[in-house]
Structures are given as structure tokens and as C-alpha cells.
Design a protein around this ligand. Structure first.
Ligand code: AMP
Length: 212
């Protein structure tokens, strides 16, 4: 299956995609995770991307497009993938479409996570990550066990200031990607509110896969 997830920052895309990856046995391709890894490794891409990301700005199209097209050419992406965080602009969607046509690949569906802005700000500012396991917690909705609470970190772009920029970018750039896929009748809207399990059930139902 080839799935693209589009939704505002912190709408649960990454967490849901990771679960789907285990369920479907296909890779989770997250542009945000790939960029954070590039920054951690200090690669040329990471050095270019860091300042944009810290402010909550989008990394320039040419850099992310090249990164994703390269990732898609890896053998593990041959039989499917869950793409999260890309495409985020119309030029990215067009570049992806061109690459898919070249390789005779078809997308099965685009899941559009719908979560209101007020909930996004509340969720993101309370998001914490365990650097040891990569597990994502939320101080309000999904608190961590006490024993690990002191080692949790906050993403540099989960501050209120960066969140405002990220949401503005989402509304001005990323939402413009939806009509591109709507024309191809690929978009399935997912109500992203509620518990992780509730949202997961909605996704599985939409994909026509039975609950675990
Ligand atoms: P995410 O983990 O998807 O929330 O992405 C974190 C940050 O990485 C974003 O705020 C952007 O700065 C950058 N980023 C991730 N994916 C893209 C993309 N497709 N285009 C441009 N910037 C991106």
C-alpha cells in the first residue's frame, strides 16, 4: 500500500504512521525525522535545514524533494510506504507525482488528518520525546512514567512561537496540496480528535483493514 498522510503539525501523523508501519510491514518515510537525523549527524543537508526548522519555517523545496526521491528509490520502499510530512507544498506534490509517473507507481490514498488549531497548539506545547526510545508522550493526554520524566526532551520547534509559524505555513502552503489529490479522488478525511486508539480505528476502517 502507498499512503500519504497530510495534517497539521502535531496532529498525530507520526505516531499513527509508526503503528501502521508495524501493522502493514511497510516503511514509514517521515521527512521531519529524516531532516532531524541529518541535523544530528551534521550532514550538509542538516546544516542547511537546521535554521529553517528551528523557526518552524519550511525547508526549501529542492532540498526536501531530492531527499525524498532518493529515499523512495531504496529497495524497502518498492512494495509500499507511509509518507508523513511530505509533500508539504504544491511544487513538492508535483515533483512527487512526476517521479511516480516515471516509475509507474500509483498512490492508494491520501489520509487528511483533521484537527482544529486550538487543539494543535495545546497538544504540541505539551509534547515530549524520550530520546532513549523515540517514544512520544504528551504531558496532558499521555503522560510519561515518572521514572523517565526527567530525561524527556521538547522539540526545538514545539515552542509557542515556532508553532504559530508552523500552523501558518500549514494553512498557507500545505492545505493547497489537498485539492491536487482531491482531483485524483485520493483524499480520505480522518477525524484526528480523540484518543490514539480511536483515531487508529478510524484509519484502519478507512483503509479497509480490520482492527488488531
Ligand atoms: P515534522 O516532523 O513533519 O513536523 O517536520 C518538522 C520540520 O521539518 C518542519 O517544521 C519543517 O521545518 C521541516 N520539514 C519537514 N518536512 C518538510 C517538507 N516536506 N518540506 C519542508 N520542510 C519540511
Amino acid at each position: 500500500m502507498r499512503i500519504i498522510i497530510i495534517g497539521p503539525p502535531g496532529s498525530g501523523k507520526g505516531t499513527q504512521a509508526k503503528k501502521l508501519m508495524q501493522r502493514l510491514g511497510i516503511p514509514h518515510i517521515s521527512s521531519g525525522d529524516m531532516l532531524r537525523e541529518a541535523i544530528a549527524k551534521g550532514t550538509p543537508l542538516g546544516k542547511k535545514a537546521a535554521a529553517y526548522m528551528k523557526k518552524g519555517d519550511l525547508v526549501p523545496d529542492d532540498l526536501v524533494i531530492e531527499m525524498i526521491i532518493q529515499r523512495l528509490s531504496q529497495p524497502d520502499a518498492k512494495n509500499g510506504f507511509i509518507m508523513d510530512g511530505f509533500p508539504r507544498t504544491l511544487p513538492q506534490a508535483e515533483a512527487l507525482d512526476k517521479a511516480f509517473r516515471q516509475f509507474h507507481i500509483k498512490i492508494d490514498c491520501v489520509l487528511h488528518f483533521d484537527v482544529p488549531d486550538e487543539e494543535i497548539v495545546t497538544r504540541n506545547c505539551a509534547r515530549r520525546i524520550d530520546p532513549a526510545t523515540g517514544v512520544i508522550y504528551n504531558l496532558r493526554f499521555d503522560p510519561p512514567p515518572k521514572a523517565i520524566a526527567s530525561r524527556l526532551i521538547q522539540r526545538v520547534d514545539d515552542t509557542e512561537e515556532a508553532m504559530k509559524t508552523r500552523l501558518t505555513k500549514y494553512h498557507s502552503e500545505t492545505r493547497a496540496v489537498l485539492p491536487f489529490y482531491e482531483k485524483q479522488k485520493l483524499v480520505r478525511k480522518i477525524n484526528g480528535r480523540g484518543s490514539f486508539e480511536d483515531v487508529q480505528k478510524r484509519i484502519l476502517k478507512t483503509l479497509g483493514i480490520g482492527s488488531a
